[in-house]
Write a protein that binds this ligand. Structure first.
Ligand code: ADP
Ligand code: ZN
Ligand code: ZN
Length: 798
């Protein structure tokens, strides 16, 4: 048998398939297996993408060295997906294959030298044991090892070390019959208390063995030493059995599954999807439902339907809305059948969850973006909640969009895909308009609550409370009013830190990151000026670093500063802050939300993190401190993102009996994205924004490809950008629009200068080939310190 392998080498030939002979001892190899193979002088990791009997090189092929995992980590479906996706997104297939695995499954391997002959075994080099070749540092010893290998006196074995370690626990099984235990108990000394206790437990709970060590320890308070001596005496046998680290432990508390009766709109949507589940139809639905319209209920019912049809379900949610609330809800309904995948898990938990899926031990997978690659078999339904979220697009290689991958998997598995959102992305909504997707709408709030009332406050004309320019008197009064009524408030400011730039009023100097073209953000709590892109830090200055003037100002308030202002204006107010800075530690996210849910705080203040998915019945006021933070970004998506964010955050107010109110502070009350968020009128926003996109030749009217060229030397980046542009012009259709090259909006990041070319096209036969050529030559110019990134259908263009 011959294995076709994609090898893990960063060279031009990466997408070529190499063939290897499968030796008898490795004949269990399968498509999807991870292997080690000889590659030139090296031994490298690879993935088996095919098995065949024939090859034109048959007889001349080298042997596979090793199959890494007991079970192939990737399924045939994922292997095929990697090939198609590589074509679409201009990524190397190996990059995609590796991205499909949890990060801990990057294997290391060791070369172990074992002596074969009696003579070799006696050498001081071995001292009886095999040696790790990678660890040999002595030159003479290395020479000796080589000689032994040449003379067949020793051999090399490859030992794979997965960084991901399984977690095990001791399990004790019974070695004797019940009456034998009774006999031992009768003959035991009176003062052997702990042993008596253990034997009594064994006799009384005979059928409950084998028992885990932790159970015996906690139930009987028996020490390890007693168990060890029981094993020695032959009463018990001990095995190390694998235990799964359970990321859902701690989410089991008070899980009450609400049983709701779907309203007509929900029922209709469910019926449509259920029809496709039953008929194994690869169809995409766009479930457009205002916030609080009960989309989640529709998802959960559809998942139930899928399971009862004997198939499995995959549900994607944005990282940010993988809240305890959401996880609890799914867990309450599907219990042990659920696996959760997201970056908040420890590496070990992620590895365990992933293997539970691979082994077919779960039937529902809930996860963030990369969960779209979950090795779930027999997929009968895929759901993408908040489908408009930009976090579904990966901004690094491989630059895939989870939605595209989900569509591929829906076709492969002949199953429906449900895209849900209160504010669908323009592209998806346009596709629904054309009938490519089927539109399903939920127009009413499920619990018949009215949408909250939204007030716009024009910051140009308000009076500010306190000495700063962040909080209007109206907003502060409204907050105070709610707090008196013992209700809660959510406040959003999409900017973390204390102040987002330092300005010298004497010379106009703005303190910037030395590596990036970005201003440094002041973090008062750490006493540092920080770059939010590359992590650069330096102490907060007391004088201007440029002219030494003391007249420096810190402008542009962030969440830390607003927290301070609120505490000054309302002494004693209890505030929980939620942003990247307060949620770095594992579990902190859950802690904050649980505390707010238990009314341990009056105000939840946060960045866009708090805009999505939260469902706190006692929240009656939502305040947006500055709606304009994302409005003027040089990005065709800026209006869409702003409308979306405001609509989402407004949806957090008045979700239960009490009516909600939303106050939006803005300097741009006339901007359509802000105007229309007042009525949360998605349809009108869609109509308006589509015209804007049409006039600007932007998606969804045009397809776009963004080519970025980066170099430490600005000139080199510019020069290569012009080369690429000429190549494009020579080969593309005249109607295709090629913009640039221009320096990117943020022209320098981590000491690299960026130039970009934007291609906008409607139909283009040559583009794919051309871009693959550009990608291939990018490998060659890499040695000149140039990097080229190709982003097909970029989510943003900056
Ligand atoms: P969405 O995801 O569309 O924002 P949710 O699914 O969170 O909305 O539902 C909002 C609230 O309405 C939740 O508290 C949910 O339990 C409740 N709900 C959903 N469907 C129904 C229904 N048919 N009857 C009563 N309450 C419902
Ligand atoms: Zn100055
Ligand atoms: Zn930086």
């Amino acid at each position: 048998m011959i294995a076709q392998v994609i090898v893990d080498v960063a060279a031009k030939q990466t997408d070529r398939i190499f063939e290897y002979h499968v030796p008898d001892k490795l004949k269990d190899v399968e498509i999807g297996s991870r292997v080690f193979v000889p590659f030139g002088p090296r031994k490298v990791q690879g993935f088996v993408v095919g098995l065949t009997q024939n090859s034109e090189y048959k007889g001349k092929l080298k042997d596979l060295l090793l199959v890494v995992d007991e079970m192939p980590p990737l399924t045939p479906e994922l292997i095929k997906l990697s090939a198609d996706l590589a074509q679409k997104i201009f990524a190397y297939r190996i990059t995609i294959l590796k991205a499909m695995l949890p990060r801990l499954m990057r294997a290391n391997y060791r070369k172990i030298l074992t002596p074969i002959t009696a003579e070799a075994k006696e050498l001081p080099l071995f001292q009886g044991d095999p040696v790790d070749l990678n660890k040999l540092t002595d030159v003479d010893q290395i020479a000796l090892a080589r000689k032994l290998l040449r003379n067949d006196q020793a051999k090399i074995e490859y030992l794979v070390e997965n960084k991901a370690k399984k977690k095990t626990e001791n399990e004790y099984s019974l070695a004797l019959d019940k009456d034998e235990y009774q006999k031992i108990l009768n003959s035991l000394r009176q003062n052997a208390l702990k042993q008596r206790e253990l034997l009594t437990d064994i006799i009384d709970n005979f059928n409950e063995y084998p028992k885990k060590q932790s159970n015996i320890e906690s139930e009987l308070k028996i020490k390890t030493s007693v168990l060890t001596s029981a094993v020695k005496k032959g009463w018990l046998t001990k095995d190390a059995v694998e235990v799964y680290r359970n990321p859902l432990s701690g989410f089991d508390d008070e899980v009450k599954d609400k049983k709701v009766i779907l309203n007509d709109e929900q029922q209709y949507a469910l019926d449509q999807v259920a029809e496709s589940i039953k008929n194994k139809q690869a169809k995409t639905y766009l479930l457009e439902g205002i916030t609080g319209s009960g989309k989640t209920e529709v998802y959960l019912h559809a998942i139930s339907k899928t399971l009862s049809d004997g198939r499995n379900a995959l549900m994607l949610v944005p990282e940010i809305s993988l809240t305890p609330q959401m996880v609890r809800q799914v867990k309450a309904r599907f219990g042990e059948n659920v696996a959760v995948l997201h970056s908040g898990l420890s590496d070990g938990e992620l590895y365990d969850e992933w293997r539970r899926i691979r082994r077919g031990e779960v039937r529902v997978v809930v996860g963030a973006r990369s969960a779209v690659f979950a090795p779930l078999n027999n997929v009968g339904l895929i759901i993408i909640d908040e489908e408009h979220e930009s976090s579904y697009k990966q901004e690094d290689n491989p630059r895939y969009h989870a939605r595209d991958v989900a569509i591929w998997r829906s076709n492969y598995n002949h199953c429906p895909l449900v895209l849900g959102s209160a504010t669908p992305s323009l592209g998806s909504r346009a596709r629904a308009q054309k009938g490519v997707y089927q539109l399903l709408r939920l127009t009413k709030r499920a619990n018949n609550k009215n949408l909250p009332e939204v007030h716009l406050l024009d910051l140009k004309h308000v009076q500010f409370a306190g000495g700063q320019f962040d909080l209007s008197v109206e907003l502060v009064e409204a907050i105070k009013d709610r707090l008196e009524k013992k209700e809660q408030v959510i406040l959003m400011l999409n900017r973390r830190g204390f102040a987002n730039f330092m300005l010298c009023r004497e010379c106009g100097y703005v303190m910037k990151c030395p590596n990036c073209d970005l201003s440094l953000t002041m973090h008062k709590d750490t006493g540092m000026m920080q770059c939010h892109y590359c992590g650069y830090k330096e102490a907060i200055p007391t004088r201007c670093p440029n002219c030494q003037s003391a007249k420096i100002r810190f402008l542009g308030s962030g969440t830390q500063k607003v927290q301070e202002e609120l505490e000054e204006l309302m002494p004693g107010v209890r505030i929980l802050r939620m942003d990247v800075d307060t949620t770095r530690r594992k579990g902190s996210y859950k802690k904050i939300l649980d505390a707010f849910g238990d009314h341990e705080a009056d105000i939840l203040l946060g960045t866009q993190m708090i805009a999505k998915g939260l469902d706190f019945p006692n929240v009656t006021l939502v305040g947006v401190i500055n709606a304009d933070t994302g409005l003027w970004l040089p990005d065709y998506n800026a209006s869409e993102r702003t409308f979306e964010l405001l609509t989402q955050v407004a949806g957090r107010a008045g979700r239960a009996e009490k009516t909600g109110e939303v106050i939006i502070q803005t300097y741009n009350p006339d901007h359509y994205a802000i105007q229309l968020s007042q009525t949360q009128d998605y349809e009108r926003f869609y109509g308006y924004e589509m015209r804007v996109r049409h006039e600007g030749n932007y998606p969804p009217y045009f397809y776009t490809v963004l080519i970025s060229i980066a170099s430490k030397k600005e000139q080199n980046a510019a020069k290569e950008a012009f080369n690429i542009k000429r190549k494009l012009e020579r080969n593309l259709h005249p109607d295709t629009i090629i913009l640039g090259p221009t320096p990117s909006a943020i022209s320098r990041l981590k000491n690299q200068y960026y130039y970009q070319i934007l291609v906008k096209y409607k139909k283009e036969m040559n583009l794919n080939t051309l871009l693959h050529q550009i990608q291939d030559s990018a490998q060659e110019i890499k040695k000149y310190g140039l990097n080229v990134y190709i982003d097909n259908e970029p989510e943003r263009i900056i």
